[in-house]
Each structure stands twice: as structure tokens, then as C-alpha cells.
Design a protein around this ligand. Structure first.
Ligand SMILES: Cc1cc2nc3c(=O)[nH]c(=O)nc-3n(C[C@H](O)[C@H](O)[C@H](O)COP(=O)(O)OP(=O)(O)OC[C@H]3O[C@@H](n4cnc5c(N)ncnc54)[C@H](O)[C@@H]3O)c2cc1C
Length: 450
């Protein structure tokens, strides 16, 4: 059996593992990057990057404008309220641009870049089957790769079902939020071609963005109970279809009826456990939330970048816990407000629309929070409080009779309370004392094993 050795073993060459490999090679480390299933790039997942994610890619030598088969620079988001009122355009701050792209093309390009980077041993078709401190077992068809490897540090970049996370005994199931149905429609124009679209109302939000000259990605968020209870999955999507313009509805209906769609579970695992100095975690191996805010890859790139820069594990862990708190809160709060059709959520939604329409500063702040540029919890709190006040004002306006106002107000307070409870739950788990047993020493170079 082969015995190999490396400074850093990275398990998983998804977008985050690749950035981790590039960042560590840049810091002078010798890296082995293992990928168990190179074809997974084609599954329905992240296809949108915020400006901060693009900045981190550029920092590690990936320039997307050169070499991708298809990309669309994006100015931000167009929110289409359920009441048919004027759409709201939320621009990225300072005229910066995000990007929608072909996911498989992006990951292939990043892997090619890794293969050409000195210091990275890129090993495709190499599944890590066992992880212990300093040692891993690999099953691979790549010559010389199968067998036991020793490594100074083993980084878990292996996504939601991470084997490295499980090696810590941290394999608890995540919480199911809803399902995301993804389809691609052709031959349609979007109302705001330079923006991603968030269509509200119906049983769940619908996201739309262009991913090719003649291809628009449609993501339908479907409540878990509705999706599970429906034998006919396309029938479960009727409410979403009714909410859409006929020009989009009909081609989408054809795709769904022909079974040309993919389904992913939207799950939540709080980003509170980053592993330890010998077996650190990055990207979805740490945690994940609803993809409505398209933050997963940007957060994962920042994990990878921070790990490579940090001399001590504790520094990495503290920095990441501090800066992922707000994006997680925002994903919670927006999904809670945008996905429900009760009176309270409708008031909160109207308040958010009013806030965005009236205050340019709030539009700007929301986008800074959304794209990870603003991570100060107090700033989030200021926006949240202004939104809560407006929501209560909206319930007074829309209640009609005294009884109506009472019901609207109770519903609104209930929704605000629910969001607040959701906000405090992940924060309280962050306050758990950090385990003293976690080593804070920098990774050691692997001994030259035979
Ligand atoms: C429907 C949906 C839409 C989304 N949209 C967006 C979006 O628009 N923008 C955004 O930023 N994020 C989005 N996300 C989240 C984003 O896709 C993830 O955050 C991102 O893919 C995480 O990257 P990762 O590299 O950590 O994990 P993954 O992408 O899961 O990659 C992990 C890699 O590890 C490999 N691997 C696993 N186990 C092993 C093993 N034992 N041995 C070797 N290799 C292994 C896998 O084959 C895989 O290639 C979305 C998610 C979903 C579900």
C-alpha cells in the first residue's frame, strides 16, 4: 500500500477547498487537494457571487472575466413585491458588481488553475475514506494516490456531509428549512437583465437570474411540508407558477412537466464549530443556511483565506465566528419575512419595502450586510429596529377597524418576536465557552514518512 506525505491535506475540491489550496500554496505550504467526485460540479448549487467573493478569488489568482464560458456581471437585486407595486432595485454599494455564472465552468477553471500552481498536488477521483489526526486513507484511481497519507494538517472542505467534521464526532443532522427546485428556462427576457430577481408572494420566494445567453435559472423555494406531502411534485409548485408572469410561467411549466428540474434541500447548521488546529473546517463543512442571500461561497472563501493567514487556530476561529454572525442573522431574518404568508410577515414585508423605498442609506446598508462587507451586529440591529418600527406603523395603517388593527399588530409583534428569537439562538451558541482543549499552535510540517 502506498504511503504519501504532505504539509496540508485538503479534503474536497469544491469552490472553497480550491481557494484553501491556492491560499496555502501562496503561503509556501505543500498541499495535496483530494476530490472524491469531480462530476459533482454539475449539480444545482451556488451560481452567484457577491463582489466580496470575487475580490477573494482575484486575491488568489482567479480572474473570472478571463476564461469562463459564460458570466454575467450583476448590479444587485430587483425585488418584486407580491402586491404588484413598483419593483425595488438594490444596487451593490459603490457601483461594485457581483457575478452570475455557469457553476461547472467556474469550478473546472479553478481546478485547472490549481493543477498549474506550484506547491499544489491536485488529485482528482480520490475519495478520502478515513480521517484521523495527521493521517488519512484515500481510495483513488489516480496512480500513486490510493493508500495512507500523513499530513501536518487535514482541512475539511468536504461540504455538508464532511468526513472531517465527523472525525470530530460532530455529525449531527442539520435542520431542514425547505426545498429548492431549480430549473432552466430558455427564450425569455428578464425585466431587469442586469439584476438578480427576487419575486415575493406565493408559497415561497422565487429567484431568477441569467446563467447563459439563452438560459435563465429559476429557483423555487417550496415549504418542506408542502413538497413532502405532494405525490405530484409539479402540482406542489402550482402556487409558485400562478405568481409568475405568463411569459415565464409557460416555459417553466413545460420544464417542470418534462421533469427537467433538480431539487436540493435547504438546510441550516449554525456556523459555530470550526474544528481544531489539526483538523480545521472551512466552507459548508462548518455550516450553512438558506441560500436566499447567496452568501455560502463568499463566506467559505473568507474561511479559507483566513485559515491560510492565521498563525494560530484560535485567531482563525475567533475572526470567523465574529464575521459570519451577521450574514447568518440576515439570512434568517429575510427568509423568515419573505417566505410566510401570515398577517405578521406581510406587515414586516411591507415595512421592509417602505424602508428600502424611502431611505437610500438603508438600501445601501442592506446590501453591505448582504454581501458581507458590513459585519457589525450594531448596524444590523439599527436596520432591524427601524424595520420593526415601520412594521408596527404598517399594521396600524392596514388594520382598518380597531379589531383589524389589533389583529395586524399582534401578528406583526409575533413575527418580529420570532425573528428576534431566531437571532438570539445562534448567538447564544456562539457564547458557549471555547473548548480549552483545542490546540492553538500553528500546523507543523509533516514528518518525512517512508
Ligand atoms: C440550491 C442552492 C443554491 C445556492 N446558491 C448559492 C449562490 O448563489 N451563491 C453562493 O455563494 N452560495 C450558494 N449556495 C451555497 C453554495 O453552493 C455552497 O456554500 C458552496 O458550494 C460550498 O462550497 P464547499 O466547497 O464548502 O462545499 P461543496 O461545494 O459541497 O464541495 C465539497 C466538495 O468536497 C468533495 N468531497 C466530499 N466528501 C469527500 C471525500 N470524502 N473525499 C474527497 N472529496 C470529498 C465533494 O465531491 C465536493 O466537490 C447554494 C446552495 C444551494 C443548495
Amino acid at each position: 500500500m502506498t504511503r504519501n506525505t504532505t504539509d496540508q491535506a485538503i479534503v474536497g475540491a469544491g469552490p472553497v477547498g480550491i481557494v484553501a489550496a491556492l491560499a496555502m500554496a501562496k503561503a509556501g505550504e505543500e498541499v495535496a487537494l483530494f476530490e472524491g467526485d469531480p462530476s459533482l460540479t454539475k449539480r444545482f448549487a451556488g451560481e452567484w457571487l457577491h463582489p466580496e467573493g470575487l475580490r477573494l478569488l482575484r486575491r488568489h489568482g482567479i480572474h473570472l472575466h478571463a476564461g469562463l464560458p459564460w458570466i454575467a456581471p450583476s448590479r444587485g437585486f430587483a425585488v418584486l413585491p407580491e402586491d404588484g407595486s413598483e419593483p425595488i432595485l438594490l444596487d451593490y454599494p459603490g457601483g461594485r458588481l457581483g457575478l452570475a455564472f455557469d457553476r461547472a465552468g467556474l469550478i473546472d477553471l479553478m481546478r485547472e488553475h490549481c493543477a498549474d500552481t506550484p506547491g499544489i498536488n491536485w488529485i482528482p477521483s480520490a475519495k478520502v475514506t478515513k480521517v484521523e489526526r495527521g493521517r488519512l486513507e484515500v481510495a483513488s484511481s489516480t496512480p500513486g494516490a490510493a493508500g495512507t497519507w500523513t499530513a501536518g494538517r487535514i482541512v475539511g472542505a468536504d461540504g455538508r456531509g464532511s468526513i472531517v467534521r465527523r472525525a470530530h464526532g460532530e455529525g449531527r443532522s442539520p435542520h431542514l428549512i425547505s426545498y429548492m427546485v431549480g430549473a432552466v428556462v430558455h427564450g425569455i427576457e428578464l425585466p431587469f437583465e442586469e439584476y438578480g430577481h427576487v419575486v415575493l408572494g406565493g408559497p415561497g420566494p422565487v429567484l431568477l437570474y441569467r446563467i447563459g445567453d439563452d438560459a435563465v435559472r429559476v429557483c423555487l423555494d417550496v415549504p418542506a411540508a408542502l413538497f413532502r406531502s405532494s405525490r405530484d411534485k409539479t402540482a406542489a409548485l402550482r402556487g409558485h407558477l400562478e405568481r409568475l408572469e405568463p411569459a415565464l410561467r409557460e416555459p417553466l411549466r413545460r420544464e417542470l412537466e418534462a421533469g427537467r428540474f433538480e431539487v436540493r434541500a435547504n438546510q441550516f447548521r449554525p456556523r459555530v464549530f470550526y474544528g481544531d488546529a489539526a483538523l480545521p473546517l472551512v466552507g459548508d463543512a462548518v455550516g450553512f443556511h438558506h441560500p436566499l442571500t447567496a452568501m455560502g461561497m463568499t463566506l467559505g472563501f473568507a474561511d479559507a483565506d483566513c485559515l491560510a493567514r492565521s498563525d494560530e487556530f484560535r485567531t482563525f476561529e475567533r475572526e470567523r465566528i465574529a464575521s459570519t454572525f451577521v450574514p447568518e442573522l440576515l439570512a434568517f431574518a429575510l427568509y423568515e419575512a419573505f417566505s410566510r404568508d401570515d398577517r405578521g410577515s406581510a406587515s414586516v414585508r411591507r415595512a421592509i419595502y417602505a424602508m428600502w423605498r424611502e431611505y437610500e442609506k438603508e438600501r445601501d446598508r442592506s446590501m453591505r450586510l448582504l454581501c458581507g462587507e458590513e459585519t457589525n451586529v450594531l448596524r444590523f440591529g439599527q436596520s432591524f429596529m427601524r424595520g420593526a418600527q415601520l412594521a408596527l406603523a404598517q399594521s396600524l395603517l392596514h388594520g382598518g377597524s380597531i379589531f383589524g388593527i389589533y389583529r395586524e399588530t399582534i401578528g406583526t409583534i409575533g413575527t418580529i418576536g420570532k425573528i428576534l428569537r431566531l437571532l438570539t439562538w445562534p448567538s447564544s451558541s456562539r457564547l458557549l465557552p471555547l473548548r480549552e482543549t483545542w490546540s492553538s499552535s500553528p500546523p507543523k510540517r509533516a514528518a518525512n514518512a517512508a
